[in-house]
Design a protein around this ligand. Structure first.
Ligand SMILES: [Zn+2]
Length: 443
């Protein structure tokens, strides 16, 4: 990677180009379809008119799928960027021949990639049907790293988990049992109910080889439980999951409340027909489990506090901050314009032969660097503001609050509330005590 970078820098230097920014996506192949953050940033910068040339190491570092190449060149064309240079192959996408060659190369690369993945898929299917194991980062629980030899101590645990689960014991209780006995997972992480579910429903522990979710062969490794037990486990999990009542999102403060006793997150829960936020103990939550508060009055109180805060002097200050930013951007735009005029003037002097090429270049460089820096600053100032239109409008918002959907309400609250701590109740009783709520405002 370092060598590729220095080759690119050399090309830029040869042409006398100022390197405005280097975009590096380490080890992310363009084939895989994973997101490439730096590449995306490059596209944004080109589209925003902040770049006038691009040097890439190899055309295939840039785009590998034909559709990506088309998008890339379309963005360049729209922004008037014509200087595109590849270190290897010397591709110049700026003229039609270069563009055509690049298209052919991209098409060939895509075909090769598709062929390769087709070959890999066939191979994987073949291995599965012969009952042999897959590769992977971690060994499966119950088996050695060869994925075939049984680890007897773990196999015993699996059998006990299966029997106890089928006998009606809850996943939470089984998780606790593993934790209490300091039995580690293969990664050394703690057990969750989901880890147990994945282990117990995996056909592999019944000596069955699955491929893409379908059992295709008897495995070459020994079974830990019987195929009949496996079937029972799968259907029991399916039954319990479908009968578990899923409560629709009715908790506007989800994720925004903390337990004043242990600092853990509060979770939403219905207890005795009433919506509540509670601190949950147990393997999936790990709170102290000793704090609970009825949801409706907290939601009402915090909503009211948020709306009042939107109309508060602090928020007016934030608004003033925005106004100051607007002033700043007017000033920056002024500078930008005068720099650009100066560049035009220099170009005219050069074409009138009043200055030499070298003089022109020397005079140009500091101005271009300044333009680049101003553009950056402008980009930062005009970046998105989640609170736009809300500040100073708390009162108006109150009228329409009930008509907003829950996720919109939650977004508005989250824009100014970092989190709220709920302290333990001082007295036992049903009355709501607003002093239990300690908000931490983010603005
Ligand atoms: Zn707690």
């Amino acid at each position: 990677m370092e060598r590729q970078l220095s080759d690119c820098r050399k090309i830029a230097a040869e042409r006398g180009w100022h390197v405005a920014e280097e975009y590096v996506d380490n080890d992310i192949s363009a084939y895989v379809g994973k997101r490439r953050p730096s590449y995306e940033r490059l596209l944004e910068d080109i589209a925003a008119g902040q770049r006038d040339a691009v040097v890439v190491y190899n055309n295939d570092r840039l785009t590998r799928r034909p559709i990506e190449l088309e998008q890339f060149t379309a963005i360049c064309e729209a922004a008037g960027v014509t200087q595109l240079i590849a270190v290897t192959g010397g591709l110049n996408l700026g003229n039609d021949d270069g563009m055509f060659t690049a298209r052919v190369l991209a098409a060939v690369a895509a075909k090769e990639s598709a062929r390769k993945s087709e070959r890999l898929k066939r191979k994987a299917r073949e291995i599965a049907e012969s009952g042999r194991p897959n590769g992977g980062n971690h060994r499966p629980w119950g088996y050695e790293a060869d994925r075939v030899t049984v680890v007897e101590s773990e196999a015993e645990v699996i059998r006990r988990l299966a029997v106890r689960y089928l006998a009606g014991e809850s996943l939470a209780s089984l998780t606790q049992w593993l934790q209490d006995n300091s039995i580690p997972t293969v990664t050394g992480a703690e057990w969750h109910t989901s880890t147990i579910r994945n282990t117990l429903t995996n056909p592999r522990i019944a000596g069955l080889r699955s491929h893409n979710g379908e059992i295709v062969a008897n495995a070459v490794w020994p079974a830990i439980i019987t195929p009949a037990q496996h079937q029972q486990l799968v259907s029991t999990f399916a039954r319990k999951t479908s009968s578990g009542r899923r409560v629709p999102r009715r908790y506007v403060l989800s994720g925004m409340l903390r337990c004043g006793t242990c600092g853990g997150k509060l979770f939403s829960s219905v207890r005795r027909e009433t919506r509540r936020y509670v601190c949950m103990s147990g393997p999936d939550h790990r709170g102290c489990g000793r704090l609970t508060i009825v949801a409706a009055p907290v939601e009402e109180w915090i909503t009211e506090a948020v709306l009042l805060r939107l109309d508060s002097p602090e928020m007016a200050d934030a608004l003033a901050g925005r106004a100051a930013a607007d002033d700043r951007s007017v000033a920056l735009n002024g500078e930008l314009q005068s720099d650009q005029e100066q560049l035009t003037e220099l170009a005219e002097l050069w074409s009138a032969k009043a200055i030499s090429s070298a003089e022109w270049k020397a005079a140009r460089e500091p101005i271009e660097a300044r333009i680049y820096s101003i553009s950056r600053q402008l980009g930062q100032i005009t970046g998105g503001n989640t609170l736009s239109g809300l500040i100073g409008n708390g009162n108006a918002l109150r009228e329409s609050w009930a008509t907003l959907n829950l996720s919109r309400q939650a977004a508005i609250i989250a824009a100014i509330l970092d989190f709220a701590t709920i302290t333990p109740a001082k007295t036992r009783g049903r009355a709501f005590d607003p002093f239990r709520i300690v908000p931490t405002w983010s603005r």
